[in-house]
Design a protein around this ligand. Structure first.
Ligand SMILES: *[C@@H]1O[C@H](CO)[C@@H](O)[C@H](O)[C@H]1NC(C)=O
Ligand SMILES: *[C@@H]1O[C@H](CO)[C@@H](O)[C@H](O)[C@H]1NC(C)=O
Ligand SMILES: *[C@@H]1O[C@H](CO)[C@@H](O)[C@H](O)[C@H]1NC(C)=O
Ligand SMILES: *[C@@H]1O[C@H](CO)[C@@H](O)[C@H](O)[C@H]1NC(C)=O
Ligand SMILES: *[C@@H]1O[C@H](CO)[C@@H](O)[C@H](O)[C@H]1NC(C)=O
Length: 725
């Protein structure tokens, strides 16, 4: 591992592509420039955009790399002393940038592994043959700079897995999706009482376990197939980016959002709390024991599974044994004992008071807790957050004051089920509902090349504009816009219905316009011991320019939302997006007794309202350009409030049918893959049920869901218009 002092102290500006040398002359010039600039800014108070350009020029890959190195020195799982130490680090950096910082604590239900064992026999009892007890250990490699702290990595486990023992013949279930279990049934493979072996990669791991339980399995084992995580020909870590043969992806299996013992309210000390029995009965945690295992252990199990040969697309990669379905004769005996505890977690905040509208909030959030060292997940995001904070601190020193309040949020216990952010959003629900302008999330900032963003659609235009101001970190002769959007016209900005990160409570529970962004995407060493600084430096972001680009983009979007007189929201793109997704569902229900006419009518209303408010804003701006005109600040505020509150109107107090915590009727998670985002999740669920039962009642229910969504869209149109009926 490179030591701190070995990182060159070069200041690299990704934005202006200027390298400031250490020479005294350059420093003198810089000082002179800054003095001139401060002078310029003090005489022209409206030049917020000058500050924004300056923000981009402050970019520094050396400091962001230093933060990452400091944050990833030890594994820092939620609720552990090591993660309290990272909180202290974040607090120190924020304070030393003159940003007032504080922590908010919650006591939350977490589980840690106490005991695990997994024993494989080639034959079932009573004549099991020679047994193999897996050691379930991720191995250090020669020269591993983390060898000294490797024993601080938690034993591999699934958070919230049911404690207990289970034994049965092994059966192979591909990616553990509903369709995989359906294929097994169709092939006559009965997994009742079996220990199901599934591979990671297509759906949320909690849904794999749930599907296995629903199919009758006694327990589940989930492995990392080298075909999906081996590094694709580039080799395994440390030579290549791939997952080592002993590497294991750990993670949560919670089916809920937030602390499972406080569903819907905050886990403040001494609050009302469900008992362990109530939690177990709720379905928010899995009903069977499970363990994650490595590629090597998964292959060893597969070698003992007989029966029908699995289909080609169920097979492994080159060099893998032939995969068969079972069940048996290979026999697995699994035990897992979890320690169920109520530790204290710590969200850290820094607040930059707005000068003109202190009661309007622009929030930037990232989580801090990691399953292991967490260089990608999430410390790259934490390092970027600190980089943004330090640049904001510098802007303040030369006179910048945001118009609206900026809140930097550093969440805890995201890995267990978005707990830190969800508890805080639940605690502050009504404040946020009346005051939050936008929430900008970064979980992993960087896992490789290729920028990706998801957003609620009124922010699409702002994202495109901001990407034109940031240089592409992988090709300095073009902008992020050119490498992201212009190079891929078919690429759409993603949507935020999934439950993959801390935006969920903001979007899906309260209806706050939000963004989520990352360089890269899935990466092989995800949630394993090998997600460390060495991996990042070798494969994720060798020069830390992608980190810098995320910080620049994230901060710029925040600055525009915080500083511009009129909120840069565009609801015309929201209306187009609603129209497009409605058409997809309408096609899905083609020929069925359902009409989407009410929904289309409401979308038309929204589009009209969006065009109108756009014209009203332009009129206010035009008047401003004419002489002697003073904009009425209340008129500006009233228009902005309509833009801010329209997103809230997409939420419904009753929430989605059967999963009421999700209030947003336009974006929510897929029922079968919590990572997946659905548009109109209520309609989507209803169509799926109606298709399988095909009763007239079930189609009437689809119609009811169409009406509900239409009413929400109409409410949003009324809010944008600012006129009651
Ligand atoms: C699967 O096996 C279980 C127990 O071995 C049995 O009760 C069940 O009926 C079987 N299901 C089918 C579809 O054969
Ligand atoms: C599973 O292993 C445990 C010890 O780890 C043993 O007590 C138990 O009998 C085994 N169960 C079966 C069915 O082999
Ligand atoms: C870098 O960007 C320029 C301008 O868009 C383009 O012409 C060039 O091909 C790019 N280079 C690489 C290596 O992608
Ligand atoms: C273009 O965007 C789509 C959708 O986001 C993505 O799946 C695809 O990989 C992208 N293609 C390139 C060349 O970046
Ligand atoms: C920062 O970027 C410069 C080149 O632009 C590079 O020489 C330097 O090694 C980078 N710093 C780190 C910590 O990677």
């Amino acid at each position: 591992m490179p030591r701190l002092a070995e990182i060159p102290l070069l200041t690299h500006s990704a934005a202006a592509a200027t390298t400031i040398t250490r020479s005294a002359i350059a420093r003198l010039l810089l000082t002179a420039f800054t003095i001139l600039l401060v002078f310029h800014l003090t005489i022209s108070p409206s030049s917020k955009s000058t500050y924004h350009s300056l923000f981009l020029s402050f970019s520094n890959n050396a400091t962001v790399a230093r933060h990452l190195l400091a944050l990833t020195r030890r594994p820092h799982v939620a609720g552990t002393p090591a993660n309290a130490a990272t909180a202290a680090y974040v607090l120190t950096v924020l304070s030393s940038s003159s940003l007032p910082a504080h922590s908010v604590l919650y006591d939350v239900f977490l589980t840690y592994p106490l005991g695990r064992s997994l024993i494989l026999s080639p034959f079932p009892p009573p004549s099991p043959g020679p047994t193999l007890a897996f050691d379930l250990v991720q191995e250090i490699y020669p020269g591993d700079p983390y060898a000294d702290v490797a024993k601080e990595v938690l034993p591999t486990f699934h958070a919230y897995a049911r404690s207990g023992a289970a034994a049965g013949p092994a059966a192979y279930a591909n990616y553990g999706r509903l369709e995989d279990f359906a294929a097994l049934r169709a092939a006559g493979v009965n997994v009742t009482g079996a220990v199901v072996l599934a591979r990671y990669g297509k759906i949320y791991r909690g849904d794999i376990i749930k599907n296995a339980k629903d199919a009758g399995a006694a327990a589940a084992v989930v492995f990392t197939d080298a075909k999906d995580y081996g590094g694709g020909g580039r080799g395994r870590f440390p030579e290549g980016p791939g997952m080592p043969a002993s590497g294991v992806q750990v993670g949560t299996t919670s089916q809920g959002v937030g602390d499972p013992t406080t569903p819907g309210w905050a886990s403040t000390r001494g609050c009302e709390r469900w008992s362990a029995a109530e939690v177990a009965a709720s379905g928010l945690v899995p009903g069977i024991p499970s363990l994650p295992v490595s590629a090597r252990d998964g292959e060893a199990i597969l070698k003992t599974i007989g029966g029908q040969v699995a289909a080609d697309d169920w097979q492994g990669g080159e060099g893998a044994p032939l995969y068969r379905l079972g069940p048996g004769p290979g026999f697995l005996n699994l035990t897992y004992i979890g320690d169920e505890t109520l530790p204290t977690i710590q969200n850290v905040f820094a607040v930059i008071q707005g000068e003109e509208e202190p009661d309007r909030y622009v929030l930037l959030g990232n989580h801090r807790d990691a399953w292991t060292f967490g260089a990608v997940d999430p410390s790259s995001g934490t390092a970027a957050l600190l980089e943004v904070a330090q640049r904001f601190g510098k802007l303040q020193k030369i006179g910048w004051r945001p118009r609206r309040t900026i809140i930097l949020c550093n969440w805890d216990a995201e890995e267990y089920g978005l707990i830190g952010s969800t508890e805080w959003v639940e605690e502050n629900r009504e404040m946020l509902a009346s005051r939050a302008v936008a929430y900008l999330n970064v979980d992993c900032a960087v896992s490789g090349p290729g920028f990706q963003a998801s957003a609620t659609p009124q922010l699409d235009e702002l994202l495109k504009q901001a990407s034109e101001k940031v240089r592409d970190p992988d090709n300095s002769s073009q902008t992020l816009y050119e490498s992201w959007i212009a190079s891929n016209y078919s690429s759409l900005i993603g949507r935020l219905g999934g439950r993959g990160s801390d935006f969920a409570a903001f979007v899906q529970h309260v209806g706050v316009p939000s963004v989520d962004m990352i360089f890269g995407g899935g990466y092989p060493v995800y949630h394993s011991m090998y997600d460390d600084f060495v991996w990042m430096e070798k494969f994720g972001d060798p020069m830390f320019h992608r980190h810098v680009a995320v910080a620049s983009f994230w901060g710029l979007v925040a600055l525009r939302l915080a500083d511009e007189e009129f909120l840069p929201f565009n609801y015309i793109s929201y209306a187009s997006e609603l129209q497009r997704s409605a058409k997809i569902l309408e096609d899905d229900a083609l020929g069925m007794p359902v009409t989407f006419a009410p929904l289309y009518k409401s979308i038309k209303e929204l589009k009209k309202a969006a065009t109108e408010i756009d014209n009203q804003r332009k009129a206010l701006e035009r008047n401003f350009l004419s002489l002697n005109w003073r904009k009425d600040p209340l008129k500006v505020r009233e228009l902005n409030d309509r833009l801010m509150m329209a997103e809230r109107a997409f939420t419904d107090r009753d929430g989605l049918f059967g999963r009421e915590w999700y209030k947003h009727l336009i974006y929510g998670p897929s029922t079968h893959n919590s990572y997946g985002s659905k548009s109109y999740p209520g309609i989507d669920d209803a169509i799926e049920k109606a298709k399988s039962s095909n009763t007239s009642d079930s189609w009437s229910f689809v119609q009811h869901e169409v009406w509900r969504a239409a009413r929400a869209v109409t409410q949003a149109a009324l809010v944008l218009n600012g006129k009651f009926t």
